[in-house]
Design a protein around this ligand. Structure first.
Ligand SMILES: Cc1cc2nc3c(=O)[nH]c(=O)nc-3n(C[C@H](O)[C@H](O)[C@H](O)COP(=O)(O)O)c2cc1C
Length: 159
């Protein structure tokens, strides 16, 4: 089975998670959607990962999914999000994936996220600082990557 793990990341977390996931999927091709548009024909299983900002997935991933909807519907598919806070997966799915595509997916999950202020630019840095300050005030933990979910995701895909 030919496998593709394609991802779009802004500050590296989704890229890191995509690499981890590909490590569990022997022979999988890893493609950064912000650098290359993969040809989907040759793949049997396609996983798309995207980071979330302000409730929405990385623009490049959103465009790719919309433009390749029909092809994706003819394949085995899975999606993962990298996000720091919202655990409301139903809302994230509804706002970011076409209905049919979401229904066809074998698995959709969040792998958690990271908040690295130094990596943010412009308004993102400002928002990230506010989020970190609020978390500190509320003694809430900062986001982290759920590595165990990445392994489980791969297991579900290959079952
Ligand atoms: C400006 C900004 C907005 C964010 N918005 C959300 C959000 O709406 N929901 C959420 O769960 N996480 C949000 N996050 C957390 C990111 O999803 C998290 O930092 C993620 O690891 C980023 O992945 P990336 O490095 O691949 O871009 C936001 C982070 C920043 C800096």
């Amino acid at each position: 089975m030919k496998i593709l793990v394609a991802y779009a990341s802004k500050t590296g977390t989704t890229a890191k998670c995509a690499k981890m996931l590909a490590g569990y999927l022997a022979g999988a091709d890893l493609v950064d959607l912000t650098k290359k548009t993969p040809i989907l024909d040759k793949y049997d299983l396609i996983i798309i990962g995207a980071s979330i900002r302000m409730g929405y997935i990385h623009k490049t991933a959103g465009i790719f999914i919309n433009e390749h909807q029909q092809q994706l519907l003819s394949k085995k598919i899975g999606f993962f999000f990298c996000n720091g806070f919202s655990e409301d997966m139903d809302e994230l799915i509804e706002d970011n994936l076409p209905d049919e595509v979401a229904k066809k997916a074998i698995v959709i999950d969040s792998f958690g996220g990271e908040l690295v202020i130094e990596k943010q630019k412009g308004i993102d840095r400002y928002v990230a600082k506010m989020i970190a300050k609020k978390a500190d005030e509320q003694k809430a933990p900062l986001p982290r990557i759920y590595t165990e979910r990445i392994k489980q995701f791969a297991v579900k895909l290959l079952a």
